[in-house]
Write a protein that binds this ligand. Structure first.
Ligand code: GDP
Length: 296
């Protein structure tokens, strides 16, 4: 069972109660619990290490040792540090460019990329009254382009007409032309996913990125894949200039660890959380909520 970090720390400090001031060793014992809780929440090991070091220093430095409620103080320090690490505030899309603003979606196959493309398009249309065009650049997976067209019909957002035999950059250029000529505010490009990160995928993505000059490049990752998600993020970060991350399947039992790792590895804000299969299952990412999930 996943024991919450608050419970774990409560146990540690409970045992120490009545012993007067805490020692540095007591704080270190508490930090071992923090470490275990983070690992259980699926946070990547290097991220756990640097986090624990940072929090240990803070806890020892902040008179926690002499406090009457050291447990609560440590929990607060951990919670604040988690929130800060996740980015303290929600991060909106930045589409402040001459239209059409291009949003390029990247990620592995099955991460929820196409669904998220439609979710974001719907959100922009409904909440910001934007005129949105979507185009699928996935020429590898049969029916990928049709899948996006079907979603477009469901949410009443236009998709680029499919022309057989075109390469991804050709489709991107055609989409850009169409968006300009027809006065679209936003163009969403759903790039091809692969089962694994490979160089061909990366080369293709870079070519599209150069052709379309996106205002936002969002990496879509499945929060349930935990440690794998971190490696995926690492590889994508090295290859394309990301502007943000979308974590899908946050409605599942992901413990939030992927979120913490993702922020640390990419250095970019998590902008949205996918919260269901339905096309309105998308929320602005709330760092404090994830900190709460990890703390329990
Ligand atoms: P792609 O291959 O990355 O384009 O992935 P898809 O968009 O086709 O999504 C794969 C599956 O994940 C579909 O069945 C989606 O309905 C589902 N999915 C996507 N996002 C979410 C989410 O946030 N929560 C849940 N529960 N399912 C999702």
């Amino acid at each position: 069972m996943f024991d919450s970090l608050s419970n774990r720390l409560g146990d540690v400090f409970g045992k120490l109660r009545g012993r007067g001031a805490l020692t540095e060793a007591d704080v270190r014992a508490a930090m071992r619990e923090v470490r275990i809780a983070l690992l259980e929440a699926d946070v990547a090991l290097p991220v756990v290490r640097s986090f624990v070091d940072q929090v240990t220093e803070l806890a020892i430095g902040q008179n926690v040792l002499r406090s009457v409620t050291p447990g609560q103080q440590v929990v607060k320090i951990v919670s604040d540090a988690l929130t800060e690490m996740l980015g303290s505030e929600t991060a909106e899309l930045d589409l402040n460019v001459a239209p059409p603003a291009v949003i390029m979606m990247v990620g592995l196959q099955g991460s929820g990329k196409t669904t998220t493309t439609a979710k974001i398009a719907k959100r922009l249309k409904d909440k910001e009254r934007k005129k949105v065009l979507m185009a699928s650049l996935d020429v590898n997976r049969p029916a990928a382009q049709e899948q996006l067209a079907v979603l477009g019909t469901q949410i009443d957002v236009a998709t680029l007409p499919i022309v057989a035999g075109q390469q991804p950059t050709e489709i991107a250029n055609r989409a850009l032309q169409a968006a300009k000529l027809q006065g679209y505010d936003v163009l969403m490009l759903d790039t091809a996913g692969r089962l694994h990160v490979d160089q061909q995928l990366m080369d293709e993505m870079q070519a599209v990125s150069r052709a379309a000059n996106p205002a936002e490049t969002l990496l879509v990752v499945d929060s349930l894949t935990g440690q794998d998600a971190v490696q995926v993020a690492q590889r994508f970060t090295e290859q394309v200039p990301l502007t943000g991350v979308v974590l899908t399947r946050m409605d599942g039992d992901a413990r939030g660890g992927a979120a913490l790792s993702m922020r640390a590895v990419t250095g970019k804000p998590i902008k949205f959380a996918g919260t269901g299969e339905k096309l309105d299952g998308l929320e602005l990412f709330q760092p404090s909520r994830i900190a709460g999930r990890i703390l329990g």
